[in-house]
Design a protein around this ligand. Sequence first.
Ligand code: DGP
Length: 145
Amino acid sequence: MSLHHPYDPDNIFARILRGEIPAVKVWEDDHVLAFMDVFPQSEGHVLVISKTSTAQSLLEIEPDALVRLTAAVQRTARAVEKALQPEGFQIVQLNGAAAAQTVFHLHFHVVPRWADRGLKGHGHTPMAETDALRALADRIAAALD
Ligand code: DGP
């Protein structure tokens, strides 16, 4: 599959945005949504998406939406750092199936890292318990500036 194909309005994140399937939300405004990754690679793994753009990859997103989205990634990362105090964090953004993108609605991963904790492999993690994700989301939300 190439990088260029029609946006699927029934992709998982589009369905989350429409409220058709549940998600553990951290914060949102009219433009962006930050929510817990249900297959977390580390404790506190958050996804950040645009509500207004149907870009599938970084190539397609409108500049204004990208500015809002990257600002939201920084706001989320700051809250993750304050709440969970990781020793580092990764911002990951995959483009195309060949790069291991699995959901074709552009998203940024905020993945906290600790030197003594390994990272679970992308696509090889068990589904997290909703209650545990909610507790983490509440801690991160409480640390938002
Ligand atoms: P990527 O491979 O970069 O497209 O990442 C997609 C991420 O989405 C992956 O880390 C797992 C996560 N994910 C997949 N399905 C769901 C879901 O239904 N809910 C949530 N919250 N995350 C999902």
